[in-house]
Write a protein that binds this ligand. Sequence first.
Ligand code: RNT
Ligand code: ZN
Length: 416
Amino acid sequence: MAQERFESAKSVYAAYGVDAEKAIAALGEIPVSVHCWQGDDVLGFDGSDSLSGGIQTTGNYPGRARTPEELFADIEEAMKLMPGKKRLNLHASYAFLGKDKGKVDRDGYTYEYFRPWVAFARKLGLDGIDFNPTFFGHPKMKDGLTLSSPDEPTRRFWVEHGKRCMEIAAQLGKDFGKSCLVNIWIPDGYKDVPADRLGPRLRFKKSLDEILENYDREWVVPAVESKVFGIGVESYTVGSSEFCQNYAAQKGICCLLDNGHYHPTEVVSDKIPALLTFYDKVALHVTRGVRWDSDHVVTFEDELKEMTKEIVRCNATGKVMIGLDYFDASINRVFAWVTGQRSVQKALLYALLLPHGAMKKLQDEGDFAQLMFLQERVKTLPLEDVWAEYLRRQGMEDDYYTAVTAYERDVLAKRK
Ligand code: RNT
Ligand code: ZN
C-alpha cells in the first residue's frame, strides 16, 4: 500500500518535472546539527542551576536530564527517531570536568573535558560536532556583560574562554575530518536606555579580534550570532544584526542567523539569499519564536518551508549549515527534540520536491499569474507519501510518538 502510494506520488511529481528519488537521496546527505541543550533545559554540567543572559526555558515537565548519563541516554533515544545525517551541537558548559570540577573554570577548558562527547558521537555514527562557547549561566558575567564588559578582568576571562573553545573546536574538527562551526553568541546588553552604545560594541569587537587572533582555519568555521533583544535586555543588545554582519564581512568569518532573533516582520528566509550573495557559508539556528524569541519547538510551518526553499533553490545545501536551537520544558523533552528535527527534515524534503526551475522561469518571463497558479498548486502535492518512503529507507516510521511515550513511561517518568 505504502509502496503503491509512493509510486503514485512519484508520477505526480514527475509531471512537474521533479524526481522524487533524487529528492530522497539528496535529503539523506544534508547534515542537521542537533543541539545538546533541549534535554536539560540548557543547564549544562559545569555547575549552573539557572539560566541567565536573557534566555528562558518555561515549563516544568517531569523527566529533565539531570546528569550526563541521563542526557546521553535521552539524546541517543531522540536520535534513534531522527532520520538523516546528524551532527551534534555542543555547548562548552557541557564539559565533563570530573575531579577538576570546582578547580578549573571556563577559561581553562580543554579538549580532554569533551572526550566523552567525541566517543558518544562516534558511537552514534554522527557526522561531526559543532561547538559553542558558553557566555551565560555563570557567575563571571558582570552586570550581564561578558565580552563587552568595561571591567577588564571580566572581559579577559571571557576572551580566554573563547580562545579555549577555538582550540577545542580545532581538535573536534580534526577528529571527524569535518570543520567544526564555532558559534559566538553573547547575551550582553542593557535593560534600559544606555548612555553609551558605541563603547560596548568597540569592546566586543576587540574581544572577538583577540579570540580570532590565531585559530585553525583548516578545521574551524567561526560565526557570530546576532540578536535584537533578550528578556531583561530589552533596550540594547551589543551584538546586534548590523554589528555581527559587518564584523563577519570584515573579518571573513560567518554569520549565524537565528530566526528568533529579528523584528517580528523580518524573515530569515529573505536573509539567506542576501548573505549568499556575499558569503560562501551561512549558519542557521532554526527555532520558532512565538511573539518573542521563545524557542518553541520547530514545527512544519510556513517560514520554515520558506527557509528550506531558499536553501534548496539557491543550491546552497552545502553552504548553509543548519543547526537546531529550541528548548521546551513544558512537554516531553525527547518528543520536543524529535519533532523539531523531523520538521526541518520534512521542510527540506518539501523544498527538494518543488519545480524551482519552472517557477524561476515564470518569474523571469514576468508571468506572475501562472507563477502564482503553480506556487499554489504545488503546496498540496503528495509530500507525505514521499516522506513515508524516506522514513522507510531510513529504517524509521512516521509514528515516533509511540516510542517516545514508551520511553517516557519506562525512563523519564522515573526521574523524581
Ligand atoms: C540565544 C541564542 C543562543 C542560545 C544557545 C543556547 O538567544 O539563540 O544561540 O539559544 O546558544
Ligand atoms: Zn540561537
